[in-house]
Unconditional design. Sequence first.
Length: 272
Amino acid sequence: MAETAPQNWPAGHRAALVLSFDVDGEYGVINRYGADDWYWRSQARYDLDAGIWRVLNVLADLDVQATFCWVGRCVEDRPDAIRAVADADHESATHGWDHRYYRDMSAEEQAEDLRRTASAIEDQTGEAAIGHKSPSWRFSDDTVAVLQQLGFRWNMDLAIGDLPGFNQPDSALDPVVQLPPSRLWDDYSYFVDQIAPPDNAYNMWRDDIDVLRAEGKLMCMTFHPWVIGRPAPSRALVHFLDYVVSLGDVWIARADHVAQWWRETHSPDKAQ
Ligand SMILES: [Zn+2]
């Protein structure tokens, strides 16, 4: 199938949208700046104290489901937060035990980190995590093979295009569905790397979904509750979701549901 041919998403939808929220707590900035950088640590504490609750209200108001990618230590710190996510029928996936880069870990260390994080999630939600996003998208050559061995079904690390794809380093094991992220679909780019008005993000994302809807493709967004959950940035998310819902034919779905649908309807032999 040609890259630009429309895809038939379920129920006549013209495009698909995945909303993923990386719950880093303090651990993302600790890994990046050090445990003694209280400027960033205090900023990021907003994640579980305030941001995630505003995000959950936005999603509930619009009746859409999303995927939350958890740092394992955040699950340990605030089990009430992940239970609220599960109670609202959102998916929980892994995002590293303490946000250390997988790039710097051996395959064995990555496997242990994934098992520990997935176990913490399952203890709270009762469901096995089947998806993974590497901390800061810093994966290694081993990451997908480890995910295959552990039975993970999807990964959101590789910006491979605008459609899902299959990654199958071990041909004897089930492939992992790759859901492509983008730094342009990351709230950090608008509200951390720079401070821009919410309309900047909204206008960019609206144009993105217009193009992808015309082409029948997939938009995979990455947010952080301490960033998009701040008051004004939350309006970028609300305005964008209002627009997407008004289009009437975009499938807003959890990452596991998109990966499952892609697996059921596309053969790895035909996909790139
Ligand atoms: Zn992160």
